[in-house]
Ligand binder design. Sequence first.
Ligand SMILES: [Zn+2]
Ligand SMILES: [Zn+2]
Length: 345
Amino acid sequence: MTIEQLDVRPAGPDEVGVRVTACAICHSDISYMNGAWGGHLPAVFGHEVAGVVDELGAGVDDVSLGDTVAVTLVRWCGRCPTCAAGLPALCQNRSRLSDLSRSPLTLDGAAVHQGLRCAGFAERVVVHTSQVVRVPAELPAEQTALLACGVITGVGAVLHTAAMPTGATTAVVGLGGVGLNAVQGSVLAGASLVLGVDPVAGKRQFATTLGATHTAEPADAVERALELTGGRGLDLVVVTAPSASAVEDAVSMLADAGTAVLVGLPSGATVSLDPETIAERGLRIAGSKVGSARPHADVPHLASLALAGRLRLEPLVSHRFRLDEINDAIAAARSGEALRVVVAP
Ligand SMILES: [Zn+2]
Ligand SMILES: [Zn+2]
């Protein structure tokens, strides 16, 4: 990436301008940069944004100038069938909302793509009003940024996608930025057992500080899940690790009537599963996009929990960079050792 001076057009109807105070790096940014999902160049990436509202387009009345906000990639209409069903991340009209079907960014008159609908590795963004959620000003900007994607994705996989009942047993496979929040979501949901699975010993250790009751390396995960439950298996396995074998193992870790929630996979991965086992044992396999989140409900709730000390965000930030160090920040995020990396203008 390079630092460029772009023109940002004024906020149009139903759009909001936000001065960026922090933007966290998510694995989706790296997948996008790697070309995993196609897309157009040049582009500005970054979609876990905290900031302050500095411009209101016509018709915007749910935020005010000076509000501290999280900006999410969830651009939604509120009226299509999936929005009405409470799944705004799957909005069917998101590409048609306001003038943002075209990017608000130009370089020497030529369009620059708004990656993941935010373009948060920047000093300012112009986004649809549905993407902007007010948060308490006392929550530090870098924590607000985490709420915008990684936290609602991880916590939501447990609370929303799986709707896990209190006392259930869970495993989280892959203890990165999303997985650690699935561990915290399991604790918030009252899990009786939380097995954290990751090849990196430091991440397993860290997960125990957030509420994992047990840990395992991926190769031992199935055996450990069965051993810890007297052979019954787990009620819920959240898979955030990008591998097909992790999904196959997750199914082997489940108790009868258990649920595997798939949060992220590289496109092109193919998983081998026995349909008879799934049917016979009443297993469920559920996809979870952005944690089936409803950002305008979830972000304020989770911000309150963070301010009350019941959701731990501060220790999730392992690296901090200035915006002009973006390539170092990306390298840190790619390294696999980092938790969340945050850049600030
Ligand atoms: Zn993300
Ligand atoms: Zn919609």
